[in-house]
Ligand binder design. Sequence first.
Ligand SMILES: Cc1cc2nc3c(=O)[nH]c(=O)nc-3n(C[C@H](O)[C@H](O)[C@H](O)COP(=O)(O)O)c2cc1C
Length: 341
Amino acid sequence: MLRIRDIDIENNLILAPMEGVTDLVFRRLVRQIGGCGLTYTEFIPAAGLAQNMERCRETAAFDADENPIAIQVYGRDPKWLAEGAKVAQDLGATIVDLNMGCPSKKVCAHSGGSALMKEPELARELVRSIRAAVEIPFTVKMRTGWNPQNKNALQIARMCQEEGAEAVTIHWRTREDLYGGERELDTIAAVKADLSIPVIFNGDIIDVASAREALAYTKCDGLMIGRGAMRNPWVFREIEAWQKGLPAPVVDAAAKEAVLTGYFDALLNKYGGREQAALGRWKKIGKYFTTGLPYGDRLRTVFLRSQTAQEARDRVAEFFEQLRVYESGEANPFEDGVAAK
Ligand SMILES: Cc1cc2nc3c(=O)[nH]c(=O)nc-3n(C[C@H](O)[C@H](O)[C@H](O)COP(=O)(O)O)c2cc1C
């Protein structure tokens, strides 16, 4: 279990905030499958949230039973961050989180994100202003530093704790690493050894083996999972089962197909029936999903090439038909040259 101030979280597994991915629809899918103790919204510009911009309010929306839920804000103006955090609190968020990890040029240049790690005094001011503005628990998500030569997560995380943040999440990469870089866990281990608030590990957790390694090496209090959840939304249940000493959940082809197609139906509903919009999002997440499937490369190619929703649905149905045969052990259609068309 993970406790953030007075919030008891069912387990220590958290869905990472991912812009363009972890909207209400995706979070529902993960929650339906289970095993995830806490969800985060996509990042939201604090100024937009404070000024009631429709898009920001939409991004901040969560289900009545989505509890606990963290709303993540970003920005570099203390006044807007305080206002935005207050709105998050008024909307009923369990936790408000400050983004200090986003590497995108747009966010770093104008609005904060990981650039704040290069400006520790401004970062302190922002943390202080959010802390003063809200009563709900407040957390910060960061990287290990700006680049491999300047890893200052320890100083920044200490500052966050001093200023009243109640947990920090650290992605092991630096800003310059973007999504590559050389895996280095010592910085996170050092932060965990130093802080008294919970420290959550983030970066490349995709299964029980990676979860076990990260927890054993860093002694972190929890794990935040991003892309691994798109690849395999059952990853939370798998890790939870391992932590409880239970057998791993068995997920067959039929269950996987139901999740993938059900996700498209939910997207279609979200986009008010606009098929191409829903298809675009389906492909974006489905591409990751296929990497978690046996012979998933066969599906990926034809799925991504599909021009219409019907075509994509047909390719998915054909692939899973073959996967069922493969799983039954009767034959392996993938090796007989009868792969999904
Ligand atoms: C498509 C995408 C969107 C992301 N958007 C956000 C975001 O809105 N806020 C944030 O703090 N991090 C964001 N991230 C970073 C993730 O939360 C996470 O730190 C990173 O992907 C590493 O974790 P993983 O290896 O489990 O994916 C994003 C990552 C991806 C791939």
